[in-house]
Design a binder for this molecule. Structure first.
Ligand SMILES: Nc1ncnc2c1ncn2[C@@H]1O[C@H](COP(=O)(O)OP(=O)(O)OP(=O)(O)O)[C@@H](O)[C@H]1O
Ligand SMILES: [Mg+2]
Length: 359
């Protein structure tokens, strides 16, 4: 019977990983009591909002089996710390750093980073977001936070909190025009400090909004910051795609897995008549994802509400509203987390409990 249940579970795909439940590694245990069975699952990504529905779906699938009367499905989740570049070790207190990058500027990288972070936090994940865009920090405005961070007794900066995520930005620390005169090495060290001297509170994910481009700064960052996975943002336009390919290759060169591609501004939906137009061409992202063998994590429309809400400090994924765009960001975020969950785990040294015996 146990094998039968296991077989049934292989028939259900987890859309977050693209693999079935057993291949995804979620099965923790099967209990059998006559014709009643119980299944215990542990997902590798935060899923508070969807776990009940998914469990229900799994239960129905099991109970549709001739030889099963009742099935009980229980689940929880835990985010593992995944492998980073060869010569680095994961940042203390942060299980995974996710880099959001693009080759070209203005394609919606910051918008994607912020909505990704918010969506993961809504599923229960402990999430931070770091604005690495030294020359054009945009997270303070997008998340509606500003002001110098407080300093802890250990002389660490306390990230601001907004919409359930921890936020740190160079924009909190310097005058707006100062970074323009910074040279590459200053930028790199400023970022490393922001990362290591912030009091991040035990994060599952830290989303880093990288500056646009694939120049020296980006290359150094991709080598020096311990990243578990990269997400590439592009518009479907040919020129943006070429730049996206450069970004993708940059991460591959430093052995950071590219979790997938986000196609932004895919279609424009007219707010008057609802007409859908592919202003920047269609299928660009689909084709690139296929050519490079990476998942297309999501396609977000060009929609005035995305910009308006960002400008107002209330990113579209922040609301509870069940509108299609917010849902699109949530699905994209879970797909990215699901993709990360299938990457190799970091081999952290487990410190054994030392028991001192007195005799
Ligand atoms: N899907 C979208 N629909 C409508 N507006 C969007 C969309 N995505 C981003 N925008 C808007 O486009 C502008 C640029 O987006 P964003 O700042 O996220 O891009 P970026 O890639 O981070 O830019 P930069 O290279 O300057 O850092 C912003 O005003 C943002 O609100
Ligand atoms: Mg930006």
């Amino acid at each position: 019977m146990e094998n039968r249940v296991r077989e049934r579970l292989t028939e259900i795909e987890d859309p977050r990983t693209g693999l079935n439940l057993v291949e995804s590694g979620w099965l923790r245990g099967i209990g059998v009591d006559g014709r009643n069975v119980s299944v215990e699952l542990r997902f590798g990504y935060p899923c508070d909002r969807i776990a009940a529905d998914f469990s229900q779906q799994i239960q129905s699938h099991l109970e549709a089996s001739d030889d099963i009367d009742a099935a009980l499905v229980s689940s929880d989740w835990r985010v593992a710390s995944h492998k980073v570049q060869k010569d680095l070790s994961p940042q203390q207190g942060i299980r995974n750093i996710l880099a959001v990058a693009s080759g070209k500027g203005g394609v919606g990288k910051s918008t994607t980073a912020v909505n990704l972070a918010l969506a993961l936090a809504q599923q229960g994940g402990r999430v931070g977001v770091l604005d690495a865009d030294i020359y054009g920090p945009s997270l303070p405005r997008m998340l509606g936070v500003s002001g110098k961070p407080e300093i802890t007794e250990e002389r660490k900066m306390v990230p601001h909190r907004a919409h359930g995520v921890q936020v740190m930005s160079i924009g909190f620390l310097v005058e707006e025009d100062t970074p323009m005169i910074w040279r590459g090495p200053m930028v790199t060290s400023a970022l490393q400090q922001l990362l290591s001297e912030s009091a991040w509170g035990d994060l599952d994910y830290l989303v880093i909004d990288l500056p646009p481009g694939t120049g020296d700064i980006q290359l150094t960052l991709s080598q020096k910051i311990p990243v578990s996975g990269a997400i590439i943002v592009t518009t479907p336009q040919d020129i943006a795609l070429l730049d996206a390919q450069r970004a993708l290759q940059m991460f591959r060169r430093v052995d950071v897995p590219v979790l997938g591609l986000v196609e932004n501004m895919s279609v424009h939906v007219c707010s008057n008549c609802g007409l859908e137009e592919a202003i920047f061409g269609d299928r660009g992202g689909v084709d690139m994802a296929r050519d490079y063998g990476i998942p297309l994590l999501g396609r977000l429309p060009l929609d005035i509400r995305i910009r308006e809400q960002s400008d107002a400090g209330l990113p579209i994924a922040s609301g509870d509203a069940d509108d299609a765009i917010a849902a699109g960001y949530r699905a994209m975020a879970l797909r990215a987390a699901g993709e990360l969950s299938q990457q190799a785990k970091s081999r952290q040294i487990e410190i054994p409990n030392i028991v001192v015996q007195t005799s």
